[in-house]
Design a protein around this ligand. Sequence first.
Ligand SMILES: [Zn+2]
Length: 137
Amino acid sequence: MMVSVHAAVGAGVGARAKRPGAALAAGVISHLLCDLAPHRDYALPIEAPLALAVFLYLVGRYGPRSPQFWGAVGAVLPDAENALVIAGAFPQEKTIFPTHNEAAPWFLGHGRKVRSPLPQIILAALALWLAEKGRAM
Ligand SMILES: [Zn+2]
């Protein structure tokens, strides 16, 4: 799943948490579920600016202490190992997240590839709406 969509979904589920730690954990779990869904990934030059834009939006809208922000951090955290693999700093076969390493005995699967980004755009919009609904008054 696109990193920016992971961040948006993490913000949406994190908004329901009372504490940043719970939001972080909910974000990590959301990463697992999103990776299992059919999706399309993009190259780093597309993924990085979109993810940055979502994080800048979340910090500006809710602040760096908000459950929305920490949910988003938890949701993108598992892809840090993928970033290290892309950077050549970590071997693919050592990745530990259950949706990242097909050779690992704990591999749960990874969603099939789809052509259109539209389902992910709709999911991100819905998640950002949930993040807004959960906003502290
Ligand atoms: Zn992932």
